[in-house]
Structures are given as C-alpha cells and as structure tokens.
Design a protein around this ligand. Structure first.
Ligand code: ZN
Length: 137
C-alpha cells in the first residue's frame, strides 16, 4: 500500500454535511458524485494532500444506511492507495484477509476499489483504491 488516499465519513444528509464541512475546512468540496454500485452520494474535499470523502446512502439497502443504523454517523472507512489493485487483492487474500468483493468495483473519483472485511482488520473498514488508467476502462 502506498499511502492513505482518503478517509470516508458516513453522514445522514450530505447537503447539510457539505455545508458543515465547508465551514469547518474553509473550502467547498471539489467533487460531488453518485456511485450507483454502492448506492451512495459522495462529496470530496481536498486539504493539501489529504482527501476527505462524505457518504450518504441513496437507498435503505446501502452499506452506508446499515452502518448509520448500527453505529450512527462518523468515520466509516480508511482508503489506501495501491498501484495494482488486483495484485494487492491477491496478496491480501494470501495473507488470510477477507475481501468484500472478488473483483474490484468502480468507485467514486475515478478509482477501482475493493473493501476488506472489518472483522479481519480490528474493526476498521479498509478500502483499497487504484486510480483508473486508460487500459482499465
Ligand atoms: Zn472511500
């Protein structure tokens, strides 16, 4: 893994939270994006090299809806950048980690993503993400 790519925060109302975090950070999100595969609306803030993602469920069956139901709003996941997501997924499986999908999925912000089961990572939901290159499209 190369670095923390972003931290994901689960929110109930992304419009209100965009206003809140815009006040907090003193800058507006650079991107708003719906991700159909995960049933979420997202927004991204850039602070220097650090990125914060807000996520709101667009559907009651969204993983974000289930998370908020169980734990309330708050930090949902930490995403790590990898250069080759498929080989990293294979490596982690070999180390005994459980992946939440067999194949990388298309995530927000031009990334291929895959989550690790938090039961195997001390309760921390970890996302792998790789920038989509022309060849992956
Ligand atoms: Zn994320």
């Amino acid at each position: 893994m190369l670095k923390i790519e972003h931290i994901g925060i689960a929110v109930k109302n992304i419009q209100q939270s965009n206003d809140l975090f815009t006040k907090l950070f003193g800058k507006a999100p650079y991107k708003l994006e719906k991700v159909e595969s995960e049933a979420v609306s997202t927004s991204f803030f850039m602070l220097g090299e650090n990125k914060i993602e807000l996520l709101e469920a667009t559907d009651v069956n969204s993983p974000i809806a289930k998370f908020i139901e169980k734990k309330g709003e708050g930090i949902h996941h930490i995403a790590f950048e990898v250069s080759d997501i498929r080989s990293e997924m294979k490596r982690l499986q070999g180390e005994g980690f459980t992946l939440l999908s067999e194949e990388p999925k298309k995530g927000a912000d031009n990334k291929l993503i895959c989550f690790l089961h938090p039961k195997g990572t001390n309760g921390v939901l970890i996302e792998l993400c790789q920038e989509i290159k022309a060849v992956d499209k």
